[in-house]
Design a protein around this ligand. Sequence first.
Ligand code: IPD
Ligand code: CA
Ligand code: CA
Length: 277
Amino acid sequence: MSETSTSLISTYLDIALLAARAGGTVLSSYWGKQLAIAQKGRSGDLVTEVDKKSEQEIITVIKRHCPDHGILAEESGINGSQNHQYQWIIDPLDGTTNYAHGYPQAAVSIGLTINGVPSVGVVYNPMKDELWSAAKGLGATLNNQKIRVSTTDHLEDTLLVTGFAYDRRETPDNNYAEFCYLTHLTQGVRRAGSASLDLCELAGGRLDGYWERGLKPWDLLAGVVILKEAGGKITAYDGTEFDIDSGRILATNGIIHLALMEALKNTPHSPAFSFHN
Ligand code: IPD
Ligand code: CA
Ligand code: CA
């Protein structure tokens, strides 16, 4: 990467950090208070006034600094110009269910692609004062300290994380069987409720692997940049190239990637796990 592009990318990282702080201030100021909560499409898919306010603040910061850039945000969709060179993708509150229950695993997640390449990622959990960030070629940090993935090298020694999409009651492909099987094979599988933080905690070595389906680009982009810069590996479930629009991700410290991939492929699907409607 040339000098110019490195300095450009770090300028965008600074803007993402400003925007994440602005969204994070909204999350902190409503924390513990009574919230106006509405249901989106499916049962359990919530949206609060905090999601919307946080998104407004984030977009205001990005527009102030980058008026020509494209923006895709979870609650308001495509915002402003359709710029395919610079595309910001925003989840103003990732972990809404946790946040609405007062469980402090939730974050603002802001990513930027440049010419389609995931280039900047910031994930900020103000409840725990944890600010995760990365830019392509510049490494990944947690509160300004460099982070690196774990070195766990056997599946049976791993601590994993996964999640369940809001359509879990409607599909047999709901991840219940995989969750049980991997719980059996490892030291544990967590369901922490914020995809962006799952990726960051994997990047920081607290977890060794992560898989999930039914995700959106705003759940993933920032965490993908952070995990890659921390030395992690990201693919599709079958080991082929990761596609952020597929909604599926297999992410690990790199060392246990093949073992987790095999375990997912070999998961027994018994009728006991088919709780879908
Ligand atoms: C959700 C979280 C959760 C994941 C869901 C996402 P939201 O995002 O990231 O961990 O399992 O699939 O939709 O709704 O809290 O922004
Ligand atoms: Ca989300
Ligand atoms: Ca969200």
